[in-house]
Design a protein around this ligand. Structure first.
Ligand SMILES: O=C(O)c1ccccc1NCC(=O)[C@H](O)[C@H](O)COP(=O)(O)O
Length: 209
């Protein structure tokens, strides 16, 4: 069965919807320029709702070490997702020092980008293949050409992100064989405004694929 991450949750109502619909992972964005940014206090409150029901993924972008440590200490996520230009060495350091699951997002343009992921082998728990950064490092609602994934020798568990919606997620799973699908703007009615019905539809469709 494919794991499902609903990213960029910021309200109790939409967190409840994601948990009720069967999301395996819920994402909290702590990155001030994002319309989905949540404070550490709000992230901690939302994290408590998910405890024991889904894994909480805290998302940071090129954060300094003190900010990273403070965020992990405050929110106590199950997973930290790095969505900037964090190096394999940085990911490994955080994974060892903080003792939690570490994911690295990579914006995919072509096969060489996929090949870059191998540098993270043994240093992260999952690679998230996303569309390349545009206005924001992620959460832009754009897809990449999934055909580059065909035949690639994945050495690290991976997930698929970028422009996934209730309408295309089943096809994405069938085409790519992703172990995890991740959506943010595909379940929104405006940037940062999640919709309960779209969250439910996305999860139902992904679970049925
Ligand atoms: O969601 C954001 O606002 C965001 C901001 C900065 C870095 C990453 C961000 N999101 C990361 C995610 O994991 C998204 O779910 C992923 O990029 C897919 O987004 P979308 O194409 O909107 O479904």
């Amino acid at each position: 069965m494919t794991d499902i991450k609903i990213c960029g949750l910021s309200t109790s109502e939409t967190m409840d919807a994601a948990l009720a619909a069967g999301a395996t992972h819920v994402g909290l964005v702590h990155f001030a320029p994002s319309p989905r940014h949540v404070s550490l206090a709000d992230a901690s409150r939302l994290r408590a709702m998910a405890r024991g029901k889904a894994k909480t993924v805290l998302l940071l972008v090129n954060a300094e070490i003190d900010v990273t440590a403070a965020a992990i200490e405050a929110v106590k996520p199950d997973v930290i997702q790095f969505h900037g230009s964090e190096t394999p060495e940085w990911c490994e350091l955080v994974r060892k020092q903080m003792g939690l699951e570490v994911w690295k997002a990579l914006g995919v343009r072509d096969l060489p980008t996929l090949e870059k992921s191998v540098r993270y082998l043994g240093k992260v728990d999952r690679i998230l293949f996303d569309a390349p950064a545009t206005a924001l490092p992620g959460g832009n609602g754009t897809s990449f050409d999934w055909s580059v994934l065909t035949g690639f020798d994945h050495q690290i568990p991976w997930g698929l992100a970028g422009g996934l919606t209730p309408a295309n997620v089943a096809g994405a799973i069938t085409q790519t064989g992703a172990d995890l699908v991740d959506t943010s703007s595909g379940v929104e009615i405006a940037p940062g405004v999640k919709d309960v019905d779209l969250i439910t539809q996305f999860c139902e469709t992904a679970l049925g694929a």
